[in-house]
Design a protein around this ligand. Sequence first.
Ligand SMILES: Cc1cc2nc3c(=O)[nH]c(=O)nc-3n(C[C@H](O)[C@H](O)[C@H](O)COP(=O)(O)OP(=O)(O)OC[C@H]3O[C@@H](n4cnc5c(N)ncnc54)[C@H](O)[C@@H]3O)c2cc1C
Ligand code: SF4
Length: 534
Amino acid sequence: MTRASDFEDSVAAVTFDLDDESVAVIIGSGAGGGTLANELAQKGIDVVLLEAGPRIEMDDFVNDEVEMAEKLIWSDKRKASGNRASVKAYPDAPAWVCKTVGGSTVHWTGTCPRIRDTEFKARSTYGEIPGTNLMDWPITLSDIEPYYVRAEDKLGVTGTHGIPYFPGNNNFKVFAHGAKRVGYEQVTTGHYAINPVPRDGRNACDQIGYCVQGCKSGAKWSTLYTEIPRAEDTGRCEVRPNSMVLEIRHNAAGRADSVLYADHSGNHHLQKARIVCVAGNSIETPRLLLNSASNQFPDGLANSSGEVGKNFMTHVEAGVFATFDKPVNWYRGRQAAGAVWDEAPFNPQRGFVGGYYMLVFHMGLYGLAAALDPKGWGASYSSILENYEFMAGSSMVGEDMPTPLNYVSLETDTLDHHGKPIPHIHQDDHANDHTMRNHYLKQISAVYDAAGANSLTEWRAYPTGHNLGTCRMSENPRDGVVNSFGQSHDIPNLFISDGSQFTTGAAANPTLTIIALVIRQAEYIADKMRSNEI
Ligand SMILES: Cc1cc2nc3c(=O)[nH]c(=O)nc-3n(C[C@H](O)[C@H](O)[C@H](O)COP(=O)(O)OP(=O)(O)OC[C@H]3O[C@@H](n4cnc5c(N)ncnc54)[C@H](O)[C@@H]3O)c2cc1C
Ligand code: SF4
C-alpha cells in the first residue's frame, strides 16, 4: 500500500531547452493537461507541461476549508454578467477552478458517469430549440466507448473493472429512503474515481470527508499524484509550475511554434514547440486563444469560425439542504456520496430537453455558512447552522443549453498583473435551464419530504466547477473550433485538450469524458507526429 509520502519521491528528471523545437507544450496540468502529458510521455513524446499555479503536494493538504481554498483556488480577477444566479451572486468569481499542479482534480469530488448516446446527438434528439446553438457532436458513443473503458480503469472508477461500489453513508441513506418512497428506481452510491479498496498504488478512502480540500490519503484520483509523476518517471516530461502562459505564437505558415509565459517573478520566457495543447479549463483556454491575436489571426488563434469563447456551459445547478429531527451527521464520508439516475435520460414529457442527475453531497460548516449567505447574520441564519449535524444535502447536475448569449470574451478595459485583458463571462439562463432547475427543486423536495425532513433550504447560486464549451468540436470548420480529436480546424498543430471542446454539455459530470477524449487525442497526436503531418 502506498502512503502519501511514497508519491513524492518523483522528481522532474529532465529539463528541456527553451529553444527545443521538438517538444509538445501542454498548457495546464489538470484533468486534461496532466493526463495528456502522461499519455504522450508514455508514447515516447517529449513534453513541457506549463502550469500557472504552484506545486502543492499531498503533505501540504490540511483538513481546513479556508486554508485549502486560499492555497488552491484560481482567484485572478474576472468579470461576469448575465441573469444566471451564480454570476449575479459572484460577479468576480463565477467559476470554481484550481490554480495548482493537478488543476481542479485536486479539488474535485470524483463523480464519473458517462455521457449517453442520445446526448452526443443532442440536436437530432432534442430537435430545434429556439435560442440555442444545439449541435450533434462529431463523435458518437461507440467512437468513445473504448476510451471510456480505459479512462475508468485509469481512474479506478467504482462499479467498473471489478471495483466494488461504496456502501452508503447516512447522507445517502436518508436521500435513498426518500427517493425510493417517491418511486425512483435507479438510486445508487454510483461511479466514483475514489478507491473503496487499495488499488493502483493509491489507498482506500478513509471516509473523512475533506475531498474538496485535497485528499490526504490519495484515495481520490488526481493528476497531481498519478499522471504527472508517472509522466516524469518516463524521463520525457518536465513540469514547470508557476508558469502562466500569456500568448501562443505562430510562424509565417500559420503553425503554432512557441508560447510566451511569465514565471513566478513575472519574467517572460519563450518556449519553442512542435505542437501546443491547451488545457486551461473553459475560461482560460478561450481567453488565451483570444489574447494570442496576431496580424495573421486578428480575431485570435483558431477563431476563423468566430466560435472561440462561444457556447459557454456550466450545467444547470441548484441544491437543497434538508433538516431532520435526528442527527444525520452528513459530514461523515465522502463529500459526493450517491445519486438518483432516473431523471438523467431525455424525457420530453417533463417539459424540457436533456436530463439531470440528483446527487448526494455535503459541505463543511464554513462552506455551508458561505454558501447560504457570505454576510449571513441573525436568528434564522444561525438556526440553520446550529442544525448542521441534523442536515442532509443534494445538488443537481443538468444539461444546460449552448446559446449564443453565453460566452467568454476579453474585458479589454481591465488588465491582469501581466498586462493581459481579463476574461468576461456572460451567462443567462435559457428557458430550458430554468424549467429543468425548477423540476429538480420540486422533485428533491418530494424526496426529502418523503424521508421526513422538517425544513428545506434551497441553494440556487454557487460558482460552478463544470466549465464547458467555448472551443467546441464540430464536423464543419464553420461551426466550431476543433475537429473530433480536439485539433484546431485552422492550425493543425494546435490542440484543445480540456472540456472546452465539448459540443454540448450533457448531464454527466464532465471529467471522465475529458479523460477519455484526451486518451483518444494522444493516440491521434502520436500517429500524426510519426507521419510528420504535425
Ligand atoms: C469543487 C469541485 C468539485 C468537482 N467535482 C467533480 C466531479 O465530481 N466530477 C466531475 O466530473 N467533475 C468535477 N469537477 C470538475 C472537474 O474538476 C473539471 O471538470 C476538470 O478538472 C477540468 O479539467 P481541465 O483540465 O479542463 O481543467 P483543470 O483541471 O481546472 O486544470 C486547468 C489547469 O490549467 C491551469 N491554467 C489555466 N490557464 C493557464 C495558463 N494560461 N497558463 C498555465 N496554466 C494555466 C490552471 O491553473 C489549472 O491548473 C469538480 C470541480 C470542482 C471545482
Ligand atoms: S473521504 Fe475519501 S476521497 Fe474524500 S478526502 Fe477522505 S479519503 Fe479522500
